[in-house]
Design a protein around this ligand. Structure first.
Ligand code: GLC
Length: 445
């Protein structure tokens, strides 16, 4: 990579988006006040669960109070049983367009019936690590713990420690080709992917319709019962961090131990059930029969994020796959699908997400995983190329992994996670000493 990029320009562009995407007002939803950063005012004006967690992490480099605000606003959607919705549709004026454009099912007029990956524990941990604000921790921790207990109660019916999603976008990886096998998309030409995916979603929604009142029955239908490696990695990471946060909050040590024990069990289940020693990657499992989904996407490498992952697995994931120029180590890594896959679509020809381009939230997670495993140089190179990618393509939703051309939504919120990488690499940009140390200090687990 030789492209010269002005890092402070990238950082100021990211800050501009975090400021410009702010939505605030009073919702007709019970008169609740909302104040959050939306993913993209043009395409995604609402509050999405994992987006907001990423926004909170990025906002730490701007103003920790705004990071707290982002989480507080999202937790207004937390339900008494622990469920936290995938989307909060605060602004009624945007509902008609959303209901025609998105394939979603609502649980109420203002929120969806689905979840997204539980990045919430990591977001709270990062805010706490940066601010040591115990009152904030005591305010938000119970809702996060309830959400993780909800996931265990309703999404692990086979009790194998791995949670399942009920439809593709619950992982946040809406159109990933790994789901093609269950969505009626196998071998679909690019121009048919979008329509066939929409049809597949409608088929699922109709089948689920009669059973929505009882969330446990949806997986029992075994129509889309998917144990996703990325979702479970985020879940294991979150359980581990919640354990540490319970201690910080002064909760009973048994409660901290419960979360940490469950984190270890999820990791063991990933290692025992999803690891493939022959190919040196992890595979998702689908259906009661737990078939392996052999599509090589970035999620096959994602357990790298877990610092207790078996050393031999770490080595194989990094040396044989992440750094493999025929799979993931493209000029602007990490592509969402390996370049060796027939479905790999780097130029976004199919006009749907997660089928080849690189995304900054993936690089954010992998960056920290690489550092935790001692791959400091690889992490730095990944951070450098990510900054170059955003500098070249702009604050877009995702990027062509060969050219860094920006694709998808404009002024995209979580692309601002590039700020976290910039601060972690301490490339200047006027961050204070406290901010730098907040990002570099290891958290004792
Ligand atoms: C797309 C992405 C999803 C994200 C949403 C809002 O649907 O696939 O992960 O949460 O946009 O940015």
């Amino acid at each position: 990579m030789t492209t010269e990029i002005d890092v402070s320009k990238v950082a100021s562009d990211a800050r501009r988006v975090l400021g410009g995407n702010r939505q605030h007002g009073v919702s007709e939803w019970g008169g609740r006040e909302y104040d959050f950063v939306c993913p993209s005012p043009g395409s995604y004006p609402f509050q999405w669960l994992w987006d907001s967690c990423f926004h909170a992490i990025a906002l730490l480099t701007v103003d920790p109070e705004l990071a707290k605000q982002e989480i507080r606003c999202m937790l207004q959607g937390a339900q008494p049983d622990g469920f936290i919705p995938h989307m909060l549709l605060w602004q009624k004026e945007h509902h008609p367009a959303a209901l025609t454009e998105y394939s979603i099912v609502l649980a109420s007029q203002y929120y969806t019936a689905t979840v997204q990956p539980p990045v919430i524990a990591r977001a709270i941990w990062r805010v706490y690590q940066a601010t040591k604000d115990r009152d904030f921790l005591l305010e938000v921790l119970p809702a996060a713990m309830r959400f993780f207990r909800w996931l265990k109660a309703y999404r692990d019916p086979d009790d194998d420690q791995l949670i399942a999603i009920i439809q593709p976008d619950e992982s946040g990886l809406d159109a990933s080709p790994k789901y093609d096998v269950l969505m009626g998309l196998a071998d679909a030409p690019p121009e048919q992917v979008l329509t066939r995916l929409r049809d597949g979603m409608q088929r699922l929604f109709s089948a689920y319709k009669a059973h929505r009142e009882d969330p446990a029955r949806l997986l029992a239908l075994d129509l889309f019962n998917w144990e996703d490696v990325m979702v479970n990695t985020i879940y294991a990471d979150g359980l581990q961090l919640l354990g540490g946060l319970c201690r910080e909050a002064g909760y009973p040590s048994t409660e901290a131990a419960e979360f940490e024990r469950r984190a270890r069990r999820v990791l063991s289940a990933l290692e025992e059930k999803c690891w493939d020693e022959r190919s040196g990657v992890f595979w998702d499992l689908h259906g009661y029969e737990e078939q392996r989904a052999h599509t090589l996407t970035f999620t096959s490498l994602f357990p790298l994020v877990l610092d207790s992952l078996d050393r031999h697995m770490v080595w194989r994931l990094v040396e044989e796959h992440l750094l493999n120029e025929r799979e993931f180590w493209l000029p602007y890594p990490v592509p969402s699908v390996a370049a060796s896959e027939p479905s790999f679509d780097p130029a976004y020809r199919a006009n749907v997400t997660w089928r080849g381009p690189s995304w900054v939230n993936v690089n954010y997670y992998l960056y920290w995983g690489l550092r935790a495993h001692g791959y400091r140089d690889v992490a730095s190179e990944l951070a450098k190329r990510t900054v170059q990618m955003v500098g070249t393509g702009g604050m877009r939703e995702f990027f062509n992994p060969y050219t860094a051309a920006g694709q998808g939504a404009r002024d995209f919120g979580w692309t601002a996670l590039v700020l976290d990488l910039i601060h972690a690499e301490t490339w200047g940009c006027g961050c204070t000493h406290e901010e730098k140390s907040a990002h570099l200090e290891p958290f004792t687990r």
